[in-house]
Design a protein around this ligand. Structure first.
Ligand code: ARG
Length: 558
């Protein structure tokens, strides 16, 4: 597992101690966080597992286990049924946790010399990004930030879909119909317009299809004029995408593309053939791989054309060689699960030992409906984001806090959060009013919580962390949640699932509101005032950091 121990705080240490104890006693059950305060701070359901071995009922088995518990941070232990419920020393834990959580780099780790490669966004040249690409972009962009914050060098790769017969069509369409000015202004819209026109015209004059095939052949042969056009399409696409990436706060370390791997993919197909991993189809002459129950796939056509799979395999080997990563992650829609199963299978056959992860995700349904590139029925992502910004602005005007910079943060934050909070496998249905609401499980609610905490801190002066003798339940809940932040991040990395962090952030914000509604902060007497202020400070640190890792900025005013 990635991640190391230097983030430990007294709370997580106590938990680690219990985990180890359970492991040693052959009752390897993970320590749980009980749902209610009266059930303790940590719980071990060991009794059920130990009952048989000890020939006792779960209650007695758990009691026997509990006798050996001895740790300076543990106040007392209670056995209920098969459960051992553990209560920690609140003031002591609070001192250590707050001391750490009030530092601005809380949760960060030093560089460990480990690397991961993350493939995300990976859009197709000359086509508008669709919402599937949006989901990949946001998930991958967030993962990249999380890994980096934890000292793992994450290399973000945008692997462009930059080859295919559609370029023959585009070249023909470009020569006949392009409006250069429109192309300057809105490149993707213009490329889409001529692409759609191509299909309309080709219905009337099928010879256009032949022209396109011919153009594609000349492109493949490297004819200068055609290659230049292809390059132009590629660059325009990158420029268009960069504007969206900037809005979303997503970064890449490398822009690569399928076109880089055509030559090598041919060689690799031959190698697979000699290794006996692939075979030649006696009828067609193509090189194919028999994946058994997953079927057979062509990896090199008889005319030397490479395929998505063979290029991806070549790119994978190249990433392993150039970056020596611990793991390679692909954030791509679940409709490609079959592709990645085959890709990873082939990589293993070639001796790749690194962890290979496909992070699949479901669909996003927009109220605007479905898209079809060929028909030109397209929802442009920049329009989606602009709509969110506009709606955020309207809400701010009602509150008399409107300013453009913050409206952008709120609009984009709402979209990013709406995507990141959902388990990747699940489909998402966007409802504008819901994702932009300032209440409930939304980006704006979390941003609002951070702004509120910052305001309290701005009003406070002259306080330093002090811990009173007693810590009440509301304060204690905050401390425990703050203590878990580093563990949450490790969990996200172990599973490559940022929604775990989104859920945590929401729980933290809700808990904070409960704490703040019932416990005066600025009006309290010392040492309670300072103690509560340090809780607010820890909360602000952790929440604003979590938001940053989820690609969400905290506004000035909202
Ligand atoms: N360009 C592909 C698409 O839009 C996604 C590529 C994903 N990455 C990869 N290495 N296969 O569907």
């Amino acid at each position: 597992m990635l991640g190391s121990d230097d983030y430990m705080n007294a709370f997580l240490e106590a938990k680690r101690y219990l985990d180890d104890l359970a492991a040693k006693s052959n009752a390897s059950v993970p320590v749980q966080y009980p749902p209610e305060e009266k059930m303790g701070d940590l719980a071990l359901p060991v009794g059920f597992k130990l009952a048989k071995a000890l020939r006792k009922n779960p209650q007695d088995a758990a009691s026997e286990f509990a006798e050996q518990i001895n740790h300076p941070a543990i106040q007392r232990v209670e056995v209920v049924g098969g459960y051992v419920n553990i209560f920690l020393k609140r003031a002591e834990i609070a001192r250590d946790v707050l001391q750490k959580a009030t530092q601005s780099d809380y949760g960060a780790e030093e560089a460990k010399g480990e690397r991961v490669v993350i493939d995300y966004s990976s859009i197709n040249v000359a086509k508008p990004m669709h919402v599937g690409h949006l989901r990949s972009t946001i998930l991958g962009g967030s993962l990249r930030r999380i890994y980096r914050f934890r000292g793992v060098e994450a290399v973000g790769i945008n692997y462009l879909g930059d080859i295919g017969t559609q370029f023959g069509k585009l070249i023909v369409a470009y020569k006949k119909w392009v409006d250069e000015q429109a192309l300057e202004r809105e490149p993707i819209k213009e490329l889409l317009r001529i692409y759609v026109k191509f299909h309309e015209e080709a219905e009337k004059s099928p010879e256009l299809e032949d022209e396109a095939r011919e153009a594609y052949r000349r492109l493949e042969e490297g004819e200068k004029e055609y290659v230049e056009l292809w390059k132009k399409f590629r660059e325009l696409t990158i420029k268009y995408a960069e504007k969206i990436y900037e809005m979303l706060g997503v970064e890449f370390d490398e822009i690569s593309g399928e076109s880089f791997y055509v030559e090598k993919a041919r060689e690799l197909a031959e190698t697979l053939l000699t290794m006996g991993i692939a075979e030649r189809d006696p009828e067609t002459g193509a090189i194919i791989v028999d994946f058994g129950e997953w079927g057979k796939d062509v990896i090199l056509k008889s005319d030397g054309t490479t395929l998505y799979l063979s290029r991806d395999l070549t790119a994978l080997l190249d990433r392993v060689e150039r970056y020596a990563p611990k793991k390679l992650i692909y954030v791509v829609g679940s409709e490609q699960s079959d592709h990645f199963r085959k890709l990873f299978w082939l990589a293993r056959k070639l001796g790749v030992k690194e962890e290979l992860i496909h992070v699949p995700f479901g669909l996003i349904n927009l109220p605007e409906g479905k898209m079809s590139t060929r028909r030109g029925r397209v929802i442009f992502l920049e329009d989606v984001l602009n709509k969110a910004i506009e709606l955020a602005g309207e809400e701010m005007k009602k509150r008399e806090t409107y300013n453009e910079a913050d409206a952008r943060k709120i609009g984009v934050g709402a979209v990013n959060y709406a995507i990141l909070k959902v388990e990747p496998e699940k489909n998402i249905t966007f409802q504008w009013s819901r994702i932009l609401s300032f209440e409930g499980d939304t980006g704006p609610y979390l941003q609002y919580s951070a702004v509120r905490a910052r305001k309290i801190l701005e009003k406070a002066d002259g306080w330093n962390p002090k811990i009173p003798e007693t810590v009440n339940d509301d304060e204690w809940k905050m401390i425990k949640l703050l203590a878990r932040f580093p563990e949450v991040l490790s969990d996200v990395m172990a599973k490559d699932r940022p929604h775990i962090l989104a859920r945590y952030s929401y729980e933290l914000a809700r808990t904070f509101h409960g704490f703040y509604d019932r416990n005066p902060v600025l009006q309290s007497e010392e040492p309670v005032r300072s103690f509560r202020l340090s809780i607010v400070k820890g909360f602000y640190n952790v929440l604003s950091r979590s938001l940053n890792l989820l690609l969400i900025d905290v506004p000035e005013r909202m």
